[in-house]
Design a protein around this ligand. Structure first.
Ligand code: NAD
Length: 473
């Protein structure tokens, strides 16, 4: 058991909970640390602290705020090994991937620290000057999931702080520790109340989304919870950004080398054990190369090193929690009765939540594994004959987050990408997420943007000042 005394950050103080709960290492299935738990009173203290701090923070020059965000980035970078190792312990991902998440978090903070929102002159004629200013919203709540607990917080914290908001952040109950460690570090850098962190076991969400002193909820998580966030935010007409689930299709065109693209599709589906909102969750392959493509994916899956993420060489770690593990297992068991499991399919006979990478072929589009978001290391591979038909099949989903098209003829592949109803479509690459490029879902994959200038503006409101000189009396 880790002996670190994790505490929440409330009003600049490292604060114990009213009780504690276990945090489980998914590679062992055993508790390895304790997380402090907030009750409603502690949440109220956190919101009140953020509300108190916010006017002073907004009045602090943007250059000073940005410098402090850069200091957070520097401090995180200096402790990258420690953060990565804690991330692997609580989340499960292999250590090298944990390192990428921390480094990506550093880049994200720096990217936002470099962004500015300038007032816009909308009209300046005949003595009438109309200027659109962008002012902060006030207190912003961040609610994050368990797949990328650190970077998904930074996507929200960076823009919130640079634009003059204060924050109450709530991590997911199964991955709270890296957020708490970040809070410890931030205590020495940020003024009290600017960032507050509270932990729960899914009890605080509704209190946060209904809170009258919270102006905005920046939420990343499942579509089901996102709908609750939106409904509950309506009571106070909160701003919401929702980064929700996806069921991204990879469309492989008929002019590619099956082996080359199978490798890329495999990575896109299996990184972080498939627990990525924008993971490839279904692959559509032309009939003439279907067998070869499936076999290549199966070969890659069988070669994976599925183990504790803290062990050197591990390529796939465990699924993050028991509930998700059970869900993925049920989807695979169902798929087995409808199609052919070419690789994987059986959980490892050891403690922890290990499912080897699983490739399933010959499923119909209405199989649950194809229709639902599996969020785990299992990929259904589907056959197609006609490009218009496969585009319709790819778009036949309530989700519209990402997606990929793979083709040698770049113009043709780009044309296909234009016809996919998603927030982002990558061509011949995957997961090219960049803090300077906005990311958003269409349909039930989300609302509003994260990252980029659009993501920055989501933390502001337009304030128009329309002035004219009084005529001489
Ligand atoms: P989840 O929806 O179960 O939980 C997300 C967060 O919401 C947690 O912090 C949880 O405690 C909190 N929560 C629970 N009930 C709440 C309520 N009533 N009100 C407010 N908050 C509440 O999601 P998860 O299982 O942790 O994460 C996986 C999901 O997240 C997947 O669907 C995945 O696709 C999605 N995701 C989306 C993106 C994106 O950018 N679009 C990124 C990562 C993950």
């Amino acid at each position: 058991m880790m002996d670190h005394d994790f505490r929440m950050l409330i009003d600049g103080e490292l604060t114990p909970g009213v009780s504690q709960f276990d945090v489980v290492n998914p590679a062992t299935g055993k508790a390895f640390a304790q997380c402090p738990k907030a009750d409603e009173a502690l949440l109220e203290r956190a919101v009140a602290a953020a509300k108190r701090a916010q006017p002073g923070w907004a009045a602090t020059p943007v250059e000073t705020r940005a410098a402090l965000v850069n200091q957070l980035a520097d401090a995180l970078e200096a402790r990258i090994g420690e953060f990565a190792s804690l991330l692997t312990s609580e989340q499960g991902k292999p250590l090298d991937q944990a390192g990428y998440e921390i480094m990506g978090s550093v880049f994200t903070l720096r990217a936002f620290a470099a962004m500015r929102v300038e007032p816009k002159v909308l009209k300046d004629e005949g003595g009438n000057r109309v200027v659109e200013h962008r002012t902060p919203l006030g207190v912003v709540a961040s609610i994050t999931p368990w797949n990328f607990p650190v970077i998904l917080l930074m996507n929200k914290l960076g823009p919130a702080l640079v634009t003059g908001n204060c924050m109450v952040a709530k991590p997911a109950p199964t991955t709270p520790l890296t957020t708490l460690l970040f809070g410890e570090m931030a205590q020495a850098i940020l003024p009290p109340g600017v960032l507050n962190i509270v932990c729960d076991q899914n009890e605080l969400g509704a209190l946060i989304t209904g809170h009258p002193d919270i102006a905005k909820v920046a939420f990343t998580g499942s579509t089901a919870t996102g709908k609750k966030v939106m409904a509950s935010s309506a009571g106070t007409v909160k701003r919401v950004t929702l980064e929700l689930g996806g069921n991204d299709a990879a469309i492989v065109l008929d002019d590619v080398d099956a082996r080359q693209v199978a490798q890329k599709v495999y990575q896109g589906a299996m990184t972080n054990a498939g627990q990525i909102c924008i993971a490839i969750k279904r692959a559509y392959v032309p009939a003439p190369m279907y067998d070869e493509f499936c076999d290549e994916l199966a070969k890659l899956a069988k070669a994976a090193i599925v183990d504790d993420g803290s062990k050197q060489g591990t390529t796939i770690g465990p699924i993050q929690n028991q509930m998700q593990f059970d869900k993925v297992k049920a989807l695979i068991d169902d798929a087995r009765t409808r199609g052919t499991v070419l690789a994987g399919g059986d959980a490892l006979d050891r403690p922890g939540y290990f499912m080897p990478p699983t490739i399933v072929r010959d499923l119909d589009d209405d199989a649950p594994l194809v229709r639902e978001e599996q969020f785990g290391p299992v990929l259904p591979v589907l056959k197609y004959d006609d490009i218009d038909d496969v585009i319709a099949r790819a778009n036949g989903s309530d989700y519209g987050l990402g997606g990929t098209v793979w083709g040698k003829d770049l113009a043709r592949a780009t044309d296909v990408a234009m016809r996919i109803d998603s927030g982002t479509v990558w061509v011949n690459q995957h997961m090219a997420i960049d803090a300077n490029i906005p990311f958003r879902g269409v349909k039930q994959s989300g609302l509003g943007a994260e990252l980029g200038e659009a993501g920055l503006l989501e933390y502001t409101q337009a304030h128009i000042v329309n002035a004219i000189a009084l005529e001489d009396a």
